[in-house]
Design a protein around this ligand. Structure first.
Ligand code: 4AD
Ligand code: MG
Length: 463
């Protein structure tokens, strides 16, 4: 007897095998003929396998007929070709063991059709639903594609720290990491004395692994980091999390064009892999979540991304004849409404905007010869807006120091980072792809809280 998954049991090749399945009951239906149908799921795939439990089973009357939705079971039996429509196989049980019951009165997933808002309140149980099972499998596939893509191209995976003293993005949206007692902090001159703190200086959760991964790019060539990042911005939007996962490749001797080429190939690879390896889940998204999902992904796969300077994008938006919630002017940041207009209505394809005003972007981006813009690029996709942010980095020491001062940062605090320009500096570039924005884009889900297992947002760190 082989222990196999529901995914394996659903394949026609399994017919004739004696197997053991372990999982959770989605539904039980008792037939007038004195036997029961159990729809079993174990998370290995979207579909259930139908188990036929005959009335002859010793515990049929006492247990099988009382199996509730959500109960865990072990089932032994033979895989048979199924006479029913829509399934290749079913399992004729020779033994059904109830492992853990789920009370029919109180089990929150007793009925189908809960709203995503409600399911957020039971985030520990929602992976048992079709949608969240599909999301979990898709996240897994995208994570695998990220490693496959970079490993195949000779990139080195670098583990950058979670705790850091540097504010990479300069936005100041940092979570402080401290062991100081908030009720009686050590003080000097009326202010908290962080030299007495655990790290002997202020420390934070990282907003990005970029600065540290640059150190490895500037010694090992092509590298990437992939891990959780944290932003304490108070953005209650369907596209922002306080804790999200980001993959950040960084390449020595790459300029902005090389960076864009890599970003485009990378995103297309992720899409192709999802369509190939998550076909059943992608079909589910297309049927239940977003009818446009396949058309949108095919469009992205089959078209080159449009590369448009920021200045040209501003002209397009000014001429769009629209009233915007946030005013459009050269030097203003583009908001989601502008990004989505460009990619969904104007160009109708992914757009890479580049050469943004220097005032809008962090200190580390390379200043262009015009002195006004920097070698930044944002990749915008239909349905989501910004999915990637990147740049060519400023490799010239004097200009980098000037940019830090311009943005109110003290170069002394970034001495180690400046050393990378002091000793053997090289042109280099990189970008960051948000994992959750990618899952939104692939699945058509509307809210970023529903594409991460346990979302952290302002006012919410349950579970
Ligand atoms: O544009 P961002 O802020 O770029 C960086 O952090 C650079 N250091 C990356 C680099 O060049 N190595 O963030 C990159 C991406 C965004 O395009 C978006 O997909 C995602 O990270 N992102 C968020 N996702 C969810 N919630 C948030 N609050 C996010 N902020 C950024
Ligand atoms: Mg950005």
């Amino acid at each position: 007897m082989d222990k196999i998954t529901v995914a394996e049991a659903r394949r026609v090749e399994a017919v004739g095998r004696q197997v053991r399945l372990r999982g959770w009951v989605r539904t039980r239906r008792d037939s007038k003929g004195g036997f029961s149908f159990i729809e079993l799921n174990d998370g290995s795939c979207q579909g259930n396998v139908q188990v036929v439990a005959p009335g002859e089973l010793g515990n049929y009357e006492t247990e099988v007929k009382h199996l509730h939705t959500g109960a865990s079971v072990v089932i032994d039996g033979e895989v048979k070709a199924s006479p029913a429509k829509g399934q290749a196989t079913e399992v004729l049980a020779s033994r059904v063991e109830r492992v853990g019951d789920a009370d029919a009165e109180s089990y929150p997933l007793q009925k189908k059709g809960h709203t995503f808002e409600f399911l957020r309140t039971i985030a520990h149980l929602r992976p048992r639903t079709n949608t969240f099972g599909a999301i979990a499998r898709l996240r897994n596939q995208v994570s695998k594609s990220i490693h496959d893509f970079f490993q195949e191209q000779g990139f080195l995976y670098v583990h950058t720290p979670i705790v850091t003293a540097s504010d990479c993005e300069g936005g100041g949206a940092l979570f402080r990491v401290t062991t100081i007692d908030p009720d009686s902090p050590p003080k000097v001159d009326g202010k908290v004395d962080y030299t007495k703190d655990f790290f002997h200086k202020p420390a934070y959760l990282t907003v990005s692994g970029q600065l540290q991964v640059e150190a490895f790019a500037c010694s090992m060539g092509k590298v990437y980091t992939f891990g959780p990042t944290f932003r304490a911005e108070n953005s209650n939007t369907p596209r922002h999390l306080a804790e999200f996962w980001m993959v950040e490749p960084e390449m020595a001797f790459f300029d902005l064009t090389d960076d864009m080429d890599l970003a485009e190939a990378f995103l297309k690879r992720i899409i192709r892999d999802a369509l190939t390896h998550c076909a059943e889940d992608m079909k589910f998204f297309a049927e239940r979540v977003d009818k446009e999902v396949f058309a949108r992904l095919e469009n992205v796969l089959n078209n080159p991304f449009r590369r448009v300077p920021y200045t040209e994008a501003v002209d397009i938006l000014l001429k769009a004849g629209k009233t915007w919630e946030f005013p459009v002017a050269w030097g203003n940041d583009l908001q989601s409404e502008h990004e989505r207009y460009l990619t969904e209505q104007h160009f109708k394809c992914p757009v890479i905007l580049y050469d943004y005003p220097r005032t809008l972007k962090p200190f580390y981006m390379r200043v262009n010869d015009d002195g006004k813009t920097v070698r930044a690029m944002d990749v915008l996709v239909p349905g989501v807006g910004e999915i990637i942010g990147g740049s060519q980095r400023e490799e010239r020491l004097d200009i980098l120091e000037e940019r830090m001062r311009e943005q109110g940062l003290h170069p002394e605090g970034y001495a180690w980072y400046l050393d990378l320009r002091r000793y053997g500096t090289v042109p280099h570039a990189g970008f960051g792809l948000g994992l959750e924005r990618t899952i939104l884009f692939l699945s058509g889900m509307a809210n970023i809280r529903d594409v991460i297992p346990f979302p952290r947002t302002p006012g919410s760190a349950e579970f």
